[in-house]
Design a protein around this ligand. Structure first.
Ligand code: ZN
Length: 125
């Protein structure tokens, strides 16, 4: 099983730096679709037709583009083709009464959701 570390803290008992982790499964990287390479960040958002012909004036340049000459190692998976994706099934394991089997799971999920909210809200700036 893969894990995603998302929050560092000092353990008050040992004084050591520890990390909170959530269980994850490896899934095909959505950015490169498992290819391990993607267009450079400068190409994000794609091109209009006129922008494309402006950037790749020569037919050879356009062929190079379509042959992947400008592609770089995928920044999301670092060329690994897969990325860890949180496995929420672990948090959803419940007893027949709908009670979470591991009470730490709901706390961890709550912290994870706050982490995702924080990073998606403030990393875009
Ligand atoms: Zn990738």
């Amino acid at each position: 099983m893969a894990w995603i570390a998302f929050l560092s803290y000092n353990d008050p008992d040992t004084g050591l730096q520890k990390e909170l982790e959530v269980p994850a499964t490896l899934t095909v990287c959505p950015k490169c679709k498992g290819e391990g390479v993607s267009d450079p960040a400068a190409f994000d958002g794609g091109f209009t037709q006129s922008e494309f012909f402006e950037c790749f004036e020569e037919p050879e340049d356009r062929m190079d583009y379509f042959n992947g000459v400008y592609q770089v190692t995928c920044t999301d998976c670092d060329g690994e083709n897969v990325v860890p994706c949180i496995d929420e099934r672990v948090f959803l394991q419940q007893d027949p009464n709908g009670k979470c089997l591991d009470p730490r799971g709901s706390i961890l999920l709550s912290l994870w959701e706050k982490h995702i909210h924080y990073t998606t809200t403030y990393e875009r700036v």
